[in-house]
Design a protein around this ligand. Structure first.
Ligand code: SF4
Length: 214
């Protein structure tokens, strides 16, 4: 059984997959408490679903791109089996993870979008660094959510320390919603000379920042 907050069909809002129709399986619960978290509604509640129930709901939606997200999807052990079953059923599978659970046992066919938590999140000490060494340049992406200039400097340091420009398909730079001036962030990115991808959360512009499950 997995505890699930919502399963819905929408537009992928972040990463290099932004703009694509996607089925989201949002699992309940996260042991982290990032100060700017926009998914607090996933921390509790949810409904218990068996894996066949989830597979059937995903099948009924009929979209070949599926993202397993949360909360922290990998905090529930059975999520690893769900990913395996989705891959077996020939879905293109994305996993959006907060980066503190080891990705070692994730099915190799799935693509990982891995957060690195910056200092302003309040959770930087819980980053599981071996996850960065497992990233694959042909399919995995890494995401930094930036709230201030200290976060930006931290991002540059981590990119350099782990050679992330060679190790990942894309390095995603996201503003923490409402916390950093977008033009300022854009200027830091262009001045860095690095091959980064600034991204806004498309779904928040389409449906509004508080709306979920659409
Ligand atoms: S890891 Fe994600 S879901 Fe968990 S507190 Fe941080 S932003 Fe929220």
């Amino acid at each position: 059984m997995l505890r699930v907050t919502e399963i819905f069909h929408s537009i992928q809002g972040e990463s290099t997959h932004a703009g694509r129709p996607c089925t989201f399986v949002r699992l309940t619960g996260c042991p982290m408490r990032c100060v700017w978290c926009d998914s607090e509604y996933t921390f509790s509640g949810g409904e218990h679903f068996t894996l066949p129930d989830i597979m059937e709901k995903v099948r009924a939606i009929g979209c070949k791109l599926v993202e397993v997200t949360g909360g922290e999807p990998l905090a529930q052990r059975e999520a690893f089996t769900l990913v395996e079953q989705l891959c077996d059923a020939d879905y293109e599978v994305l996993i959006e993870t907060g980066g503190f659970v080891s990705t070692e046992d994730v099915d190799q066919r799935a693509s990982i979008i891995l957060d690195v938590k910056c200092p302003a999140s309040g959770e930087a000490e819980r980053n599981h660094w071996p996850n960065l060494e497992r990233l694959r340049a042909d399919k995995d992406e890494v995401k930094f959510v930036i709230a201030d200039f200290e976060d930006w400097n931290y991002t540059l340091e981590i990119i350099k320390r782990y050679d992330l420009d060679k190790r990942t398909k894309a390095i995603l730079i996201s503003p923490a919603w409402g916390m950093v001036d977008l033009q300022e962030l854009a200027s830091w990115i262009t001045a860095s000379g690095l091959d980064l991808r600034m991204q806004l959360q498309l779904h928040k512009y389409i449906w509004g920042p508080e709306v979920h499950g659409v």
